[in-house]
Design a protein around this ligand. Sequence first.
Ligand SMILES: [Mn+2]
Length: 318
Amino acid sequence: MRIDHRQAWDLLCSMDRILLLTHRLPDGDALGSIYALYLVLKSLGKTVRCETDAIPSSLRVAVIPCDEPAFAPDHVVAVDTGDRKLLNDELNERYGDRVDLCIDHHGTHVPYAEYTLVDPTAAAASEVLFDMLKLAGFVLTEPVARELYIGISTDTGCFRYGNTTAKAMRAAADLMECGIDTEYLNTELFETKTREYAAFERLALNALRTYFDGKCAVMVVTRAMYEESGLDEADDKAVNALPRQIQGVYVGVTVKEKKDGGFRVSMRSKEPFDAAAVCAALGGGGHRLAAGCELTGTAEEVTNIILNAVKPAIEKIG
Ligand SMILES: [Mn+2]
């Protein structure tokens, strides 16, 4: 059942012995929203703990001490998780059908919780939480503000993506006024690379090729690149942005060789190229300017499948 911010707050206040969950391969919003909610519930005197997947080292700045002894939860709350399938398999199996409340911002939200607070106009689940806390008159502490800022800033690409609204920026301004060090956070979140990532990026960029008069860029990332750079797979997401960054490119494609064979394809585009349509035709899906699919074959075969699939749309652009 859909509920509003006020009802979600009242519901949280009525709960205790709460387990907090978020989606697999956690990003900044997943962690910012789960930890912000953890801190808020702790400050209300509740017994609460978080269960998350492995946290990428690029998001270490978000991590707070929350090693609670395990307890059997009376209530389960999920944040930033638009579908129970996005919980990791183990958590989905154990808790997927008994989530009491989900707080989310995905327009594609597939209901699974008993109560759902979803606001697709919010840039981040952390913004939904911010709205709820503001409405409830909860006085934000610096640690809570910091987590919410991490969530909103990462889901908007540091306030650059199309989901950046004036409202999201106002929320960030309010969070700044709680005394958080945004310069430090922005440097950690958007500028700092591990040595392994820098080595991995160099190898990946060496493999980048352009096609169709420079309108399409394809970068094939092989298993050898992970081995040579020492990069953990959980930390490889940022390279997906690289092919589209080149001037004149309408569609940038990152093709990553999976551990167990096959390739994961990430497609980023610029208007008027519809990446979602191309990826849907290849058995995947996503958003208009950021989509994906999975393909099998050799790297060369997969590249050819992609080039054939993007060709008609590129020719239309002219
Ligand atoms: Mn999010």
